[in-house]
Design a binder for this molecule. Structure first.
Ligand SMILES: [Zn+2]
Length: 127
């Protein structure tokens, strides 16, 4: 029969729980968040009379992201760049926070395992 796991105790457990609470309080899923990364490149339009013919080319912004295991590179209109950048950044922060919450939960799990093991040993020693 499995006994219910005892939540980890001590200052480390308390600190990890505070960290999770802090992240939960601060982080909100951004409904318009965007994946991937925004990048600037340059391309020549091919018109011989265009100034880009002997320059580095016209600036082209694109959003690169994965969809169904495939890389997509989508051109972004220049006047959308600021808002797209913000949506990418918000999504990145959200993903980072979620990953940190889960990692912190893993630390709590390890702590719980070690404390249960120590408790079991102490109990055995008493017998
Ligand atoms: Zn051009």
């Amino acid at each position: 029969m499995n006994e219910p796991p005892i939540p980890p105790k001590g200052p480390l457990a308390a600190r990890l729980r505070r960290r999770i609470q802090h992240l939960l309080d601060r982080v909100e899923l951004p409904p318009t968040g965007l994946p991937g990364s925004l990048a600037l490149s340059h391309s020549r339009c091919g018109k011989p009379s265009c100034h880009c013919a002997d320059g580095q080319g016209h600036p082209v912004w694109s959003l690169t992201f994965m969809l169904d295991g495939q890389k997509h590179v989508e051109r972004i209109p220049p006047d959308w760049v600021d808002s797209v950048r913000l949506q990418v950044e918000k999504a990145r922060q959200f993903k980072e926070a979620v990953a940190e919450i889960f990692t912190t939960n893993a630390q709590l799990l390890v702590l719980q395992r070690d404390q249960s093991r120590a408790a079991a040993k102490r109990w055995k020693a008493r017998k």
